[in-house]
Unconditional design. Sequence first.
Length: 255
Amino acid sequence: MDTVQFNFYGKSAGKALEALEEYRESSLYLWNCEPWSVEYSGDERVSCSIRIGESLDDEWFLLGLLLKVTAKLPEVVATIFDEDGDFILIEAADFIPSGIEPSNSQNRVFLKGGQIHIIPLEVSTLSLQKAIETISIRDFPASKDLQRMIAAKVESASMQPLVAASVCLPSKVSRFLSVNRDLRGSVLDRFVTRTPEQSNKALSFASLKGCFSDDPVSSKLPLTRLQYSQLVFQPFAKPKRFIASESVCDIGARL
């Protein structure tokens, strides 16, 4: 399971997080697992993390949002990392300046003014604080080819194709998932990553008094292709109490 870490630096770091939340809400993007959580919020730094599971598109879409925030707030700089390291350096390896390698690239890649900036090796080894001070007063925009590649990947991730999954759910659950778009990924992630102990506990809890006989409704639930495939192809033994056997109810039982 992959986790992405991102940070805002500058006196407007708090405003940057607010802007990011606004962009998220207006985008209607469906996150594979769940939206980000704030790990630290101080005067000039905000650090957040987000679990993306197997969805690389989530990371690209997030990068696009971060670029929009730094374009709106040019006094803010941002960074993004995943479990493999510096996301931008890894994905744009064919476009980074020669000589820059994982061993010497620490604290050199930033998002600023809606663009990717890479502090060159000519600038001596940097502490994070020194790098932020440097990038705040000087521009080091990456090549146009790198910027175009990043923009193309972000645009592709933004064109999120959805599957309208036919599901049968208790009316309260159906309304809850319809209203709380951001929680769909969280619910599905709990199903996909469940342990045998958690499954047994859920099944014992699902006395649920006949769940599917309790005012069930059929509806179309938009999911990403990855979410739909994970939901459908995960092994699952439906509890006997779930009366209906149609596929729509089988999918609903997984939720």
